[in-house]
Ligand binder design. Sequence first.
Ligand code: ZN
Length: 420
Amino acid sequence: MTEDAQNDFIEGLAAGIDACPTPFHVVDRAAAALEAVGFAQMNEADSWPDAAGSRFVRRGGSLVAWRHRSCDQGFRIIGAHTDSPNLRVTPQPDTGAARYRQLGVEVYGGVLLNSWLDRDLGVAGRVATPSGPRLFCIDRAVLRVPQLAIHLDRDVNQNGLLLNPQTHLTPVWGLGLRTPGEFAAVAAEAAGVRAEEVLAWDAMLHDLAPPAIGGIDGEFLFAPRIDNQVSCWAGLQALIDAPADAIPSAVLCLFDHEEVGSTSAQGASSTLLPTVLERIAGGREALHPALARSLCASADGAHATHPNYPERHEPDHPIALGEGPVIKRNANLRYATDAVGEAAFAAACERAGVGHQVYVHRSDMPCGSTIGPFAAATTGVTTVDVGIPQLSMHSAREMCGVHDPLDLALALSAFLSAAA
Ligand code: ZN
């Protein structure tokens, strides 16, 4: 891959992450990118006389897109998730204390709470209106969670920082007394609707610092939401690069709600993927033989070995930035990968000309999970959990290797074209 192609990919990735502070923005941007190259949007509420061709469908913060001509060799499915851990605005958020106007928030997912302190924060999401949901994004530093001064917390560096999510994370966003209805009015203006049209919202905070190439030789990417927008944008590129009449049929599913367990109307354990596959196949009779010939690669962030905490990692499975995508194994199936899936993805990496690494969590620490086991359980398809290595997972600002996102896209591209 040329240096130009590498730079173009990282530029596009950084622009995508920066423009998408919420799952709704991810789906919106992915839909626009798909439409720009000829994918047609389908509506789940309509009947689909023919799902062949290049199509996609949206359900909330989730999206499934495909290139399909025939089910003869089944599907090659790429999965990823659109959500990231963050702070979410409560239903009655206008609060305050000590003559500050503040915004009530709830913690979403496994947040590294300290990483949200002393950052310039914007707020984005969607408002529900009588004419349907409307996206909004405020990219100004309207919010901040100020950390307590060390003079008022003398033992913090000895005892560690303890944060109560109810009382210590409420951001300030103005001076004076709480103003009921203020957040609704601000969100309405940002969404381009009247305040009385705002019936409810799904709103969340985001760090405003844009992605940056880092390291003395430019070997890192520092950015928010690397977990898991890198996988979303790499998967999208792989699908767009697949031939229009791809055989096996190429499918990309981007799921919301992974960070809270995937159990929702549009999460990875929902009906979304199985029903869309059934409709693509043209019915149950065609679906089941197709599923038996299918493979799924579920892409999500992987833990690189941390240089300051090597003892937290399984010593015989070191993971390095820049050494290729990671295949994740777990004997207790927190990752869906089995030997067949591992072999299929390793072969795809080889065809793509990129390396690969294999991750195992330490046996004396509980292992995280991802969408792979859910996709495997709802479809019965052999699934391999993969992803780029990264540090600072679930921080408001994460880091990965600068070459790893494109290597993942190339490996996923090769995976899509593999016959069973
Ligand atoms: Zn993730």
